[in-house]
Write a protein that binds this ligand. Structure first.
Ligand code: AMP
Ligand code: MG
Length: 402
């Protein structure tokens, strides 16, 4: 080749390198979609995938979530679960679809592990308190004798018999309400669907319950250039976050909060998480967040730990096989397992007390060496707690202690 030809070839190669470098710097394509299910706006964000693939995947996930929402709805008539509830009340056996059978099996197993603190069979109590409606109830709490009457019938998830697809209950007082883990179970299915469609980097945000795939791919070709998805744990007492967490690929962060659905009566707050032992709403715990790769387990554990007494937190977390837990009490105290504390963004401004090893001795509340392990962190830096997903609706309650 002539000298001029070689020079031309070299210049061509340089130009190609520049084009490739510029392409790598171009922002990754981002596809966003929202659908309204489970009483909340679910946001799907897919990064770094070709537009057509991303759109097709988001459409499939939207359809899946809508189906699950209709099938698992606890009070709207016409869905598979409401048919099953009607059959249980009449002592009949019902055939359900494989997806519902699987989620019921999972719910029964998680309920057992929680020692019955998480129990999707207490739909009768949830309804009695008025939470089987699209808007929170108004007026007075139910009369104590009506609560006692439901409790006396002892509806339990373990009353449920699931033989293949045939479901029945030995106890007609069982009324299934999957609300305590439906979002987690649904986002598990949605994440699996995205993966099956070749999506590597995405976030699913169901009103603050978040599940991620891969990373926040910031640049085209993303996975190497991306950073982890950052998610906030909201402050239940004021608008803002108490902490932020960087999620690893495949992880989810699920939060139960008694600020989500509640009513006030005579200066007392009654929220939608019910203690199956007393039949009454939980009051001392305002928020529980669980970080885990299994959404159904994390969601169920967040509900169970909202109900558990402080002395049982570590035991219940261990029994449900979740390690990273953060609990906010009505006094505004923040407690976390060591595994969770290690995952919190170091720039958080809140004080976090460690409540013990999930596999170690049970934590006893009150002052002591555990409480001394408080982490007083520096003020949030410029990138500190800025989350990749929007915080859900503003929190509107004040700590009881002040
Ligand atoms: P979550 O926000 O995940 O804690 O779910 C709360 C929802 O779960 C409520 O609105 C009820 O539908 C249902 N629920 C309330 N108390 C319990 C409980 N102890 N076990 C299981 N589900 C519950
Ligand atoms: Mg839950």
């Amino acid at each position: 080749m002539s000298r001029a030809g070689r020079l031309l070839g070299f210049a061509g190669l340089c130009a190609l390198a520049v084009v490739v470098a510029l392409a790598a710097l171009r922002p990754a394509p981002v596809h966003r979609d929202t659908i309204y299910v489970f009483g909340t706006l679910v946001e799907i964000e897919i990064r770094g995938a070709p537009k057509t693939d991303a759109r097709a995947a988001a459409t499939r996930v939207g359809r899946l979530l809508r189906e699950v929402h209709d099938d698992w709805h606890a009070w709207r008539p016409g869905g598979a679960l409401s048919r099953l509830n009607a059959a249980i009340a009449e002592g009949r056996t019902t055939m359900v679809d494989p997806r519902l059978a699987a989620v019921l099996r999972r719910g029964r197993q998680l309920s057992r592990a929680s020692g019955g603190l998480f129990d999707p069979a207490i739909g009768g109590l949830v309804a009695l308190w008025g939470f089987h409606a699209d808007t929170p109830p108004t007026g007075a709490p139910p009369a104590p004798d009506r609560i006692a009457a439901v409790l006396a019938k002892r509806p339990r998830m373990t009353d449920l018999s699931i033989e293949g697809l045939a479901v029945t209950s030995t106890n007609p007082a069982v009324q299934l309400d999957l609300g305590g883990f439906a979002k987690g179970a649904a986002l598990d299915l949605a994440a699996a669907e995205l993966r099956a469609m070749g999506i590597a980097d995405a976030v699913l945000n169901a009103g603050g319950d978040v599940h991620v795939l891969g990373r926040h791919a910031g640049r085209r070709g993303g996975r190497t250039g991306g950073r982890p998805w950052r998610v906030a744990i909201r402050d239940p007492f004021m608008w803002g976050a108490v902490a932020a967490v960087s999620l690893r690929p495949g992880e989810g962060l699920y939060t139960s909060g008694n600020y989500e659905r509640y009513f006030d009566h005579d200066g007392e707050r009654f929220a939608h998480i019910i203690d199956p032992r007393t039949g009454r709403p939980v009051q001392e715990i305002v928020s529980v967040s669980v970080l885990d790769t299994d959404g159904a387990r994390a969601d169920a554990a967040a509900t169970a730990l909202s109900v558990a007494d402080a002395g049982d937190w570590a035991r219940v977390a261990a029994a449900m096989a979740v390690e990273a837990v953060l609990i906010i009490t009505d006094q505004g105290q923040i407690w976390a397992t060591e595994a969770m504390r290690d995952r919190l963004d170091p720039q958080i401004a809140a004080t976090v007390r460690v409540f013990g090893q999930p596999h170690g001795p049970a934590f006893r509340p009150g002052p002591g060496p555990d409480a001394e392990g408080a982490q007083q962190a520096a003020a949030a830096g410029p990138n500190g707690a800025r989350p990749d997903v929007a915080l859900p609706t503003p929190a509107i309650q004040t700590p009881r202690g002040g």
